[in-house]
Design a protein around this ligand. Structure first.
Ligand code: DON
Length: 304
């Protein structure tokens, strides 16, 4: 395994095309695109890593897996009255479907869906209370109390929130959001700003590898059925309008973020986190996807 990761880093460091760093969030535009890290954690907690696997980056939309897990814990199947579970086939920040689907987002991973999820888990509380819950949950599943928000990234998104504010106001006009739009957005942006390394992220994914249990701590996070369902949503919707291509090339449940990270789950085998800040045209890590494609070819860890 270690040789495989070292080979990957060697092969990909020669790549000229690294995609384009997200610049619609000014704080992310400063990130050096010449970085690459990968970490693989086995169910028993054996960690393999290569490249910049302990460098912190903005997990962005990968956080949506964790807030969905919390929402399922709080509302159970009730969450599906707030958000659907179908692929959208549209970009992550698209508004078009909301108009003719009565403001209900297609799935929890597009921006509108994640905003609806965070509104659902606020349950009348102030942003700081919900944020404490989100951070505690992420620290708990990663078994790492050092994980924090990056307040500069959150502030940068809040200052440039027009697109997400449009989605939120549009949903609110349909009666879909119960809280003040700016409070929901502030919570959502902080959730997205969580900074983690590939190693921390790979550990955080372990409960999805082993039917809902983190075998390294022995703690059940969700039921086996719920873990399978979260994985299926990651497979179908985790890369937005690139989900079909990711399933075709990689064949694992995966969730990307515009920080350039991808968390991929190989059920029963391991949790894989990869990071390269340059994105493809759909907003998914360009080299990260290529790395996972090569990794799966080498290990055979596809679910298909
Ligand atoms: O709301 C946004 O646009 C970002 N905070 C998250 C988007 C994202 O990560 C899309 N993923 N590839």
């Amino acid at each position: 395994m270690q040789d495989c990761l070292d080979d990957l880093v060697l092969a990909l460091s020669a790549e000229k095309n690294r995609g384009k760093v997200a610049d619609y969030i000014p704080q992310l535009a400063h990130v050096d695109p010449n970085q690459f890290g990968i970490a693989v954690c086995t169910p028993e907690g054996q960690m393999y890593s290569a490249g910049q696997a302990d460098t912190l980056f903005s997990i962005q939309s990968i956080s949506k897996v964790f807030t969905l897990t919390m929402a399922l814990g709080k509302l159970g199947d009730g969450i599906w009255t707030h958000v659907g579970r179908e692929p959208s086939g549209d970009p992550f920040n698209s508004i078009v479907q909301l108009e003719h689907e009565s403001g209900k987002p297609r799935n929890p991973f597009i921006n509108a869906g994640a905003i609806a999820v965070v509104d659902a888990i606020m349950m009348g509380h102030e942003p700081k209370e919900t944020l404490a819950e989100i951070l505690n949950f992420v620290r708990f599943i990663a078994n790492d109390t050092s994980i924090c928000f990056d307040h500069a990234v959150a502030a940068s998104e809040m200052a440039h929130r027009d697109r997400n504010a449009s989605l939120a106001h549009f949903m609110k006009a349909f009666g879909r959001l119960r809280h003040d739009v700016d409070k929901v957005l502030g919570t959502y942006f902080h959730q997205c700003s969580i900074a983690m390394s590939c190693e921390q992220l790979a550990r955080a994914g372990l409960f999805l590898v082993s039917d809902g249990v983190n075998e390294t701590t022995g703690i059940r996070v969700v039921s086996a059925q719920r873990a399978r369902r979260i994985n299926s949503l990651m497979m179908m919707c985790g890369h937005y309008d690139g989900s079909g291509e990711f399933a075709y090339r990689v064949g694992l449940p995966g969730k990307s973020g515009v920080g350039g990270g991808i968390l991929a789950i190989a059920p029963g085998k391991g949790s894989i986190a990869v990071w390269s800040p340059g994105l493809d045209v759909l907003g998914n890590s360009y080299l990260g996807t290529r790395a996972l494609e090569r990794f799966v070819q080498h290990t055979g860890w596809s679910v298909f």
